[in-house]
Design a protein around this ligand. Structure first.
Ligand SMILES: [Zn+2]
Length: 274
């Protein structure tokens, strides 16, 4: 497997502290300058995309039919900010969000690196995707009303470059939407420590998903600023599969309404061009 040593994706500095050293793929560091938490050195992109095979998608595809209403609620939240025509979902995976958006009369576009997902979305939903990275798709300037990244930025090696490209292809009044796990999921961390009597790890080898980046509201705001966006609003992505997680997130959401401190499991970010 190939690895690449990288500087901080937000500020370009190389001053870090080690948060966790779980072997060659999973040394997790924090930038002393801007606070971004990331894996360094990082695996090669080819290696990463090889992981997104049938086995990876089997669980989410099995849940797709059960989660249609969950995805409809997610679309409705986006439509509160933007009712338009053209929507791009970057790294759209099994295509369920594009399917729901199409059902609600959006013209849908998607990019994906996984051979398996491309084939699945074509046959299941009759939607053709671009295979590759966002920049390679070479969409026109000022083309989209909405560009979404559903739990994608944490998986890719260059979030900043993807957001800069998203900015180029968004219309001047377009909406950027991001959902990503939150590193400040303190309620979960505290409950984990109470029940398991140890600190939760950022990454453990039982995790099926490899995350390269771990964002907070603060680092997400910095990343967006660097890419030329400003945040309209943060929220919590509360559409969890498991009941325990849903209860935890609803509690975090209640706290967020009062304290404006986001302890949810996953961030939602609504942003516009600066
Ligand atoms: Zn930094």
């Amino acid at each position: 497997m190939k690895y690449r040593y990288v500087n901080c994706n937000i500020c370009g500095e190389d001053k870090t502290i080690v948060l966790q050293d779980a072997g060659p793929l999973f040394k997790i560091v924090k930038c002393k300058n801007c606070g971004l938490v990331y894996v360094n050195p990082q695996p090669d992109e080819k290696e990463l995309s090889r992981r997104y095979n049938q086995e990876y998608y089997s669980l989410s595809i099995a849940n797709n039919n059960l989660r249609l209403n969950s995805w409809r609620r997610r679309l409705k939240k986006i439509e509160r900010y933007k009712k338009g025509k053209k929507l791009l979902d970057v790294g759209c995976g099994s295509g369920i969000f594009l399917y729901i958006a199409k059902e609600h009369n959006w013209q849908v576009y998607g990019t994906e690196v996984s051979d398996y997902a491309i084939d699945y979305v074509k046959h299941k939903f009759a939607i053709d995707l671009f295979q590759g990275k966002l920049r390679q798709a070479n969409f026109s300037d000022n083309f989209f009303d909405v560009v979404s990244f559903w739990h994608v930025l944490e998986h890719i090696t260059d979030p900043l470059d993807n957001l800069v490209e998203a900015r180029r292809i968004l219309k001047p009044d377009g909406l950027l939407f991001i959902a990503t796990p939150s590193i400040n999921n303190y309620i979960y961390k505290i409950l984990y420590m109470i029940f398991k009597l140890k600190r939760p790890k950022l990454f453990s080898n039982v995790n099926k998903e490899v995350h390269i980046y771990y964002f907070s509201e603060h680092t997400m705001k910095e990343l967006l600023k660097e890419a030329g966006f400003e945040v309209i609003r943060f929220d919590i992505d509360r559409e969890r599969i498991f009941t325990g997680e849903r209860i935890l997130d609803n509690f975090a959401w209640g706290l967020y309404q009062i304290l404006r401190i986001n302890f949810g499991l996953a961030l939602e970010v609504y942003a516009k061009k600066r």
